[in-house]
Design a protein around this ligand. Structure first.
Ligand SMILES: NC(=O)c1ccc[n+]([C@@H]2O[C@H](COP(=O)([O-])OP(=O)(O)OC[C@H]3O[C@@H](n4cnc5c(N)ncnc54)[C@H](OP(=O)(O)O)[C@@H]3O)[C@@H](O)[C@H]2O)c1
Length: 253
């Protein structure tokens, strides 16, 4: 019997949840619990970590999960690695719902870096005004470049002082659009954008705005994952579940 666990936390995961609910499939949705008021889902929802690979193995067995759909963010690599390991151990079918990475277009001024440390190193020496569009969890390394002003965009207001000496935060939840992000970059006199190559439509407006304004972007590459089946679309995952179509790719990220 099909019993699905959907790992969420992205716009695509919410679309996947709607498709599963509309199809009447037995499925549950899992949030990490990072945001205070996560988007409500049309599926039974649990919140919080499983306790590493061992905890996820126990969970899959206890709940009789037959299929796991990993629709976490492309930078949620720990969760994705745990899912690969736990599914291999339990024989659970696994697919990643994985949006294609963004690719540069004419007019883009992108510097590609491998990770957060690379982004810190790629910032200029002279004082700059940086839109740091990387969430709240990996801000600390930018302390090494205290001469810059940093603009953050966060889902929830910060609980304490920001870890950077000269920083401001705007509180907003995507999806974002070109007009709004162009105004944001202009209003804050931003000179550099730092972003993760998340892919998808919901967060691409900042890159379009940077292109329109001629601003340089430091773009952090996705973390690599072990090989797994992936689909770029909700429809592809539904086909995989139905056993009608096999996803066309099997690769790491
Ligand atoms: N990283 C980003 O840039 C980013 C951006 C937007 C949204 N998100 C979303 O935010 C959440 C956390 O991301 P992260 O980068 O902190 O992940 P991560 O570093 O890969 O995961 C750290 C731990 O958080 C728990 N976890 C993560 N996703 C979970 C889920 N959907 N359900 C239950 N537990 C989960 C797991 O704990 P245990 O080991 O205890 O199981 C995992 O080992 C994810 O749902 C992700 O989709 C992340």
């Amino acid at each position: 019997m099909t019993c699905i666990l959907l790992l969420g936390g992205t716009t695509e995961a919410s679309r996947m949840a709607r498709a599963l609910a509309e199809a009447g499939l037995a499925a549950e949705f899992s949030y990490a619990g990072r945001t205070e008021a996560p988007v409500a889902q049309p599926l039974p929802t649990r919140v919080g970590g499983f306790g590493g690979v061992a905890g996820l193995v126990d969970y899959l067995r206890a709940r009789g999960i037959s299929h796991l759909i990993d629709a976490t963010h492309p930078f949620a690599a720990q969760m994705s690695r745990n899912a690969i390991a736990a599914c291999a151990e339990t024989g659970t079918a696994l697919i990643g719902l994985e949006r294609p990475a963004w690719a540069a277009q004419p007019g883009d001024r992108w510097t590609h870096v491998a990770d957060i440390a690379g982004a810190v190193a790629a910032l200029p020496e002279a004082r700059a005004r940086v839109f740091l569009a990387i969430g709240k969890q990996t801000l600390a390394p930018f302390v090494a470049r205290p001469q810059h002003h940093y603009l953050l965009r966060l889902v929830d207001p910060p609980e304490g002082a920001l870890p950077l000496p000269d920083a401001a935060a705007v509180i907003a939840r995507g999806p974002f659009d070109l007009a709004g992000d162009t105004a944001l970059l202009r209003d804050h006199a931003i000179t550099h954008v730092v972003a993760k190559n998340a892919g998808g439509a919901g967060a691409s407006a900042k890159l379009e705005a940077a292109r329109a304004l001629g601003l340089p972007v430091i773009l952090i590459d996705r973390p690599r994952l072990p090989p797994r089946q992936v689909s770029a679309t909700v429809e592809g995952v539904m086909g995989w579940l139905a056993g009608h179509t096999a996803p066309s790719t099997e690769r790491g990220v």
